[in-house]
Design a binder for this molecule. Structure first.
Ligand code: MN
Length: 279
């Protein structure tokens, strides 16, 4: 009897929203080369803040730039779909998105192409992680890459819960300056003057969405606090955003919406003597 030893190749997809030229994706791909067989499929240009957009009205082109390195003229979510369903020989064991230039904390995850790429990996059934790096004068991507590698190895050993991705943020500190890792929740943020109004040379108004972040909510175990205090922030995010605790409250609306009328006493400000109110 012959015994065959099969070397199992763990394939890892690396993508981002800063574009394939970004030093953040290079650092991540390089570091993960020691963990598995890295495939890079990333947008051909910066696509920051495109969230979960997919390209439906123009053809997508894939360019092979090197061994297992591909650029796509699409969004991060396009890249994950093409990589998993077309470019790679089989679905990867892991999707990593990043390392993004700048943090993706709290409400940022609603806008982030970096996080959406990891979300798409999760939708397609592959454990996925988004990695973002706080910046100063420069981005210390080697620090982010170190922690991304540790997290990747851990997930390959222990897996992730169903329909759950990790949103990882790295503080702008040296390797020795990082205090540790902390599991966090998403916080809420407020902007000052998020819309900046200007006048063009013809006297017509135009706008920039360019607010400065002025404050964060103080929820327990908030992700922004971990970053401020020098910890790597790890937030588990689930795809199902249903507000389960609120279901019963809204079930009381079912008969009202069905009938189209409600008792005036049930209104927040009762409408005089009328017993029933038509909606
Ligand atoms: Mn970005």
């Amino acid at each position: 009897m012959q015994l065959f030893l099969l070397k199992v190749t763990m394939r890892i997809l690396v993508t981002n929203d800063d574009g394939i030229q970004s030093p953040g994706i290079t650092a991540l791909a390089k570091a993960l080369a020691g963990v598995g067989e890295v495939w890079v499929v990333a947008p051909d240009r910066e696509r920051t803040a495109v969230a979960h957009a997919v390209t439906l009205h123009k053809p997508l082109r894939v360019h092979e730039l090197g061994t297992r390195v591909f650029s796509v003229n699409g969004t991060p979510v396009d890249c994950v779909n093409l990589a998993l369903l077309k470019i790679m020989p089989a679905p990867p064991a892991l999707v990593l998105s990043g390392i993004n230039k700048g943090v993706n904390l709290g409400d940022d995850v609603m806008y982030s192409g970096t996080v959406s790429a990891a979300m798409e990996g999760t939708i397609l059934g592959v454990p996925s992680v988004a990695v973002s790096q706080e910046g100063g004068e420069a981005f210390q991507f080697s620090v982010g890459a170190l922690y991304a590698t540790r997290i990747a190895r851990l997930i390959l050993r222990q897996g992730l819960p169903e329909e759950t991705l990790l949103n990882v943020n790295i503080p702008n500190r040296s390797r020795r300056g990082i205090k540790g890792a902390r599991v966090t929740g998403l916080s809420r943020r407020r902007f000052e003057n998020p819309i900046v109004e200007k006048l063009d040379p013809h006297g017509r108004k135009y706008y920039w969405i360019a607010g400065k972040r002025i404050s964060w909510s103080r929820s327990k175990d908030a992700d922004h606090e971990a970053i401020e205090e020098g910890f790597v922030s790890i937030t588990p995010i689930r795809l199902d955003t249903t507000h389960y605790e609120a279901l019963d409250q809204f079930r009381a609306w079912e008969p009202i919406i069905t009938r189209g009328t409600m008792k005036s006493s049930a209104l927040r400000s009762p409408a005089g003597s009328r017993k029933r109110v038509t909606l």
